[in-house]
Design a protein around this ligand. Structure first.
Ligand code: UDX
Length: 439
């Protein structure tokens, strides 16, 4: 099938290379020529595991055309909208890119071409689009909603190995058309659960429900971890126990410095706004967002308070390993590292930071003289008084601990592991005072 995708971000580009890899012919649109040029040359504009090889293979097989010209979408059977829907200052989702893409599409595609929204949108948006199309005399335009459930860092794997797919279309053949696009993936994943929603609102609310439920689960576990830390309970044993309860499940139970990314913060906020617009109490989800922000502050205070039991923190140097909101991505949006590092800098602490993929993006978020971004973990640790790990990059758990110790300031070294990935026994043997949050 000839498929169009508007948007080359974390969702659009992953969808493009994955659909192309299962045999479709893709037209990928981005208005920015610099992006189109880079992708055409096989140079990814985002970091995702296996993205570069997938992109180059699908370009080599001539399965993808990148363009900034919407006319290239002519004759597509389905055009997916994978454009950004960032939060506005008032917390509502900004839909301007969605409607702009639709306006650009309408003069080009036939009524039989399905416009399939893939971006996460507030409940009621697709119905709004349906009414807008009708106002333009396009009530017969094929329209659908096809939310994605991809985790950054493992998005390609998630795309090609889904456990469920959610489609919505009010036109009879709409869901069948979306299923036809996914058929090569369904054939490879016969267990996949396919839910064809009869209303757009069902699929829109499904997307928000899943993300908000997962954000709630993580935030709840972070608060339990705070209580475990204060009461002497062992989080690893607690997690293995509750994870054995099939009603809870054993995933998304790992405590950390607080959730981040482009989805959980935005989607929980948008769900709260959605509740307000329908006059429904969404105080649980509202509490999750506030609790998550307080949790990041808790982690920063925990680090500072523990250090202050031993040294004056002003003027000290702290090495931070991990800036991205999770491992496997270059994305620092709403990363816990932003708030935590700012809390250190404000206490006149010098911060030397390293992230395998996030340095450049982080510099744009928190560029200050007292923050030095380093190109290796050991460079970051030079003359540092303490080490803090904020992201679970595997390389951090394989570090040469004696080299870390010898590279630090010669006084008493400290290490804080907020992800439960460091060999803290080895650090203890090297004379570190060790702290772990969670497991
Ligand atoms: C999420 C959803 O998982 C995905 O289905 C949706 O399509 C997009 O949003 P993503 O934001 O990429 O994916 O990352 P995810 O792996 O869900 O982690 C989100 C945040 O929760 C990260 O900051 C991560 O570090 C944190 N997290 C996750 C934990 O702290 N503990 C966990 O056990 C899992």
């Amino acid at each position: 099938m000839k498929i169009g995708i508007i948007g080359t971000g974390y969702v659009g580009l992953v969808s493009t290379v994955c659909f192309a890899s299962v045999g479709h012919t893709l037209v990928s649109i981005d208005r920015r020529d610099i992006i189109v040029d880079s992708l055409t040359r096989g140079i990814p504009t985002i970091y995702e595991e296996n993205m570069e090889s997938m992109l180059q293979n699908t370009i080599a097989s001539k399965s993808i055309t990148f363009s900034s010209d919407f006319n290239a979408l002519k004759d597509c059977e389905v055009v997916f909208l994978a454009v950004g829907t960032p939060s506005l200052p008032n917390g509502h989702a900004d839909l301007s890119q969605v409607f702009s893409a639709i306006d650009s599409l309408l003069p080009i595609v036939s009524l039989q071409t399905m416009i399939a929204v893939r971006s996460t949108v507030p409940v009621g948006t697709i119905s709004r689009i349906r009414n807008y199309l009708a106002s333009q005399g396009k009530q017969a335009q094929m329209l659908g909603f096809c939310p994605e459930f991809l985790r950054e860092g493992v998005a390609i794997s998630d795309f090609l190995n889904p456990s469920y797919l959610v489609f919505a279309s009010e036109q009879k053949e709409g869901c069948l058309l979306l299923q036809k696009v996914y058929q090569p993936i369904i054939d490879k994943n016969p267990e996949v659960k396919i839910v064809c929603c009869t209303t757009y609102e069902t699929a829109e609310l499904t997307k928000y429900t899943i993300n908000s439920f997962l954000a709630t689960k993580i935030t709840f576990m972070n608060q339990i971890a705070q209580l475990a830390q204060s009461s002497g309970a062992d989080m690893s044993q607690l997690i293995s126990a509750i994870g054995a309860d099939r009603r809870i499940g054993d995933m998304f139970l790992t405590p950390g410095p607080g959730f981040g990314g482009s989805c959980f913060p935005k989607d929980t906020l948008s769900l709260v706004k959605c509740g307000i617009s329908y006059g429904v109490d969404m105080s649980v989800v509202e509490a999750v967002n506030h609790a998550n922000e307080r949790h990041k502050e808790y982690v920063a205070s925990w680090i500072l308070e523990e250090l202050e039991k031993h040294v004056y923190v002003e003027g000290k140097t702290i090495a931070v390993w991990g800036l991205t909101f999770k491992a496997g991505t270059d994305d620092v949006r709403d990363s816990a590292a932003i708030k935590i590092i700012r809390s250190l800098l404000i206490r006149n602490i010098k911060v030397r930071a390293y992230d395998p993929k996030g340095n450049q993006n982080f510099q744009q978020q928190v560029g200050t003289p007292n923050l030095v971004l380093c190109s290796t973990p050991i460079e970051a640790i030079i003359n540092a008084d303490a080490l803090v790990v904020l992201t679970e990059w595997p390389e951090f758990s394989k570090v040469d601990v004696s080299l870390v110790k010898s590279s630090m300031n010669g006084t008493q070294p400290f290490v804080f592991d907020t992800r439960g990935i460091l060999p803290l026994q080895d650090f203890k043997q090297q004379g570190f005072i060790t702290y772990k949050f969670g497991i």
